[in-house]
Each structure stands twice: as C-alpha cells, then as structure tokens.
Design a protein around this ligand. Structure first.
Ligand code: SAM
Length: 317
C-alpha cells in the first residue's frame, strides 16, 4: 500500500503542542525530526542509552505524519490547517507549513519488525507474534510480546534487571503490584513463574490494550492480572483500590525521579516481609534511590547493575 507523508515545519519549542493539536484532529503516531541534543534527563525519560553526536540545533522541527493513499486527505488536511491556524493565534509555532511526499511503495509500517527478533533473557525466551518458536525451544519458558505503544518488550536492561529479581522472589502465593506496567511484561513473567495475582498500574491508557493483547498472547487467565490507570503516588482512590499491606512483591521499573515520591507511598501497600523491586535507575541516581528506600523504612537487600542501569531490591521487615 502507498502512503502519503505530510511534514509540518515548526519550532522545536512548539513540538509538543503541535503534536497534541494534531492528535486532537485524529492524527496519531507523529515522527519528530529535529537537531535538539538529548539532555541526560531526556535520555533517561526515553530510555535511550547512547546517542551519537548530532548537528547543531537550529530550532527547527519537522513533524511527519502518514495517511493511506486512499484516505480523504483534503478533509483531513483542512482540519489540520484550521487547527494549526488557531494555535498560531496563541503562540509562535513557526511557519507551520505542510509538505506532502509519497513514501515508497513498501510496507514501511512493518519494516521495524526486522529489528525485533526472538531473544533470551537468561532462560526465558521472548518471541514476537510474527516468529515461530523452534521445535528445540518448545520446552522453554516462552513469553509472547510484540513491541507496541506501551514500553516493555524485555529488550531493555531495566526490564531484564527486574525479570532476574522476579525469578528469585516469586512464589505460588505471590500477590504482586506492578507500578508502571506498560506492556505488562513483568506481570506476565511473574504469573508464568507461578505468582497468584498481579495488579498493574500505569499513567498511560495505552497500557490497557497492550496488557490485554499480551495477556491473550500468553494465555494468561483474565482474573489473574488486573489493571488500573492512574497515578498511585497521589491518587488515594487508586491506593484504596490496590489495597493496603496486601502485596508480597511490588515492582516499579520507572525513573528515579518517580521512584523517590513513589517509595514512601508504596510501602503501605506491602505486606511485612514483602520485596520492593525497583529499576529504571541510571547509575548516577543509585545513591538517591537507595537513600529514599532506606528513608521509607525498607532494608536494601540487593543492588544489581546492567550497563548504566541499576535495580534496587528492598524488603519490608
Ligand atoms: C520503563 S516503562 C516500564 C514498563 C515495564 N514495566 C517494563 O519493565 O518493561 C515505565 C512505565 O511507567 C509508567 N509510569 C510512569 N510514571 C508512572 C506513575 N507515576 N504511575 C504509574 N505508571 C507510571 C510509564 O507510562 C511506563 O509505561
């Protein structure tokens, strides 16, 4: 199928607002091209490990979106232009011109599949839906996960660090709370390791369909993995819904800056003797997370590293 690419020329400081405006008129999946260097915080937020040195930032951003060749492009572009014109009344979004080009007649939307193949995290095999499990691997613990809108294929170091800890601590009685569940990968691993029940939380509503798809792909019994959307850090209703002193394991592969306010809250959700497995911590933030964990009254039992990432596991004594 042929696709038409539309490129909105804007300013780097207006990228977010232009992307939100495009979303309001139904344009999702926008690609950003700019020359802004990533800050340390960006790298952590985006979970990007290494970025090559790029050209100097010129303040210009190009936002690409795609429409199928047979889409009603005149009507869609009319809505986009009107929305961008309205936005121009409120802020400087640069030229906001829209250029059209046609992508090659190839299945670009599926091209990224060439970069995602089955792989092992220790003895757990992670397989995308478009690949077969080889006969010799049939007796392995297999996880079916597709890259999607929610984070968590298992390729990232931070996810792998938690998976290794789950292998140590999950028992058949485990009630687990997975804060920032994303694709649901950690919950699914825990259930495959024999856990009794998982509650996943995420801020991002995209986690709901992602978890549902991954549960189905892994034949997870529906009632064993529940989901709530919202911020458990400051939403009392979600804390109540999760339940207090209920969990044997809490996992949180989020950023250090989120783990710090999360930790004193989550302690109330943990049973005595429960384990708190954190990840998503850049090595430069290890010390502050360890301090936050101790300040919340937990005992640090293990700190593990992979690349520049750190996982802190603590117990509620
Ligand atoms: C790095 S991903 C982890 C996904 C998956 N658990 C894994 O280990 O691969 C972090 C997830 O945390 C979510 N998140 C960030 N802050 C959060 C918060 N305060 N409460 C719940 N989820 C949050 C993000 O939306 C994202 O899905």
């Amino acid at each position: 199928m042929k696709w038409n690419r539309f490129t909105v020329k804007t300013k780097t400081e207006a990228e977010d607002i232009v992307i939100s405006t495009l979303a309001e008129v139904g344009i999702e999946g926008v690609e950003i091209q700019d020359k802004q260097p990533l800050t340390e915080e960006d790298k952590a937020q985006m979970f990007v490990d290494i970025m090559p040195e790029g050209p100097a930032d010129d303040g210009v951003a190009y936002l690409n979106f795609y429409l199928e060749e047979d889409a009603d492009k005149e009507a869609i572009l009319k809505d986009v232009r009107e929305a961008l014109d309205d936005l121009k009344n409120f802020m400087d979004i640069g030229e906001a011109t829209i250029e059209e080009s046609q992508t090659e007649d190839k299945d670009w939307i599926n091209n990224w599949k060439q970069y995602f193949h089955q792989f092992y995290v220790d003895d757990i095999l992670i397989v995308p839906s478009w690949e077969e499990v080889k006969a010799e691997d049939k007796d392995k613990m297999i996880l079916h996960i597709d890259p999607g809108t929610a984070f968590g294929t298992g390729m990232h170091e931070t996810t792998q660090l938690v998976i290794r800890q789950l292998k140590k601590y999950v028992t058949p009685d485990t009630e687990m709370l997975d804060v920032g569940t994303g694709s649901g990968i950690l919950g699914i691993v825990a259930l495959k390791l024999g856990a009794k029940h998982v509650l996943g939380t995420d801020l991002d509503p995209c986690a709901v369909p992602a978890v549902a798809e991954n549960k189905e792909a892994n034949q997870i019994v529906d009632e064993t993995f529940d989901m709530v959307i919202g911020n458990i850090i400051d939403d009392k209703a979600i804390q109540d819904q999760a339940g207090y002193e209920k969990y044997d394991i809490v996992t949180a592969n989020i950023l250090a800056d989120v783990l710090i306010p999360l930790t004193p809250v989550i302690v109330n959700q943990m049973k005595k003797g429960a384990y708190y497995i954190t990840s998503g911590i850049l090595d430069v933030k290890e010390e502050v997370v360890v301090e936050a964990v101790k300040a919340a009254g937990l005992t640090v039992v293990e700190v593990t590293h992979q690349g520049e990432w750190v996982s802190v596991t603590a117990r509620k004594d």
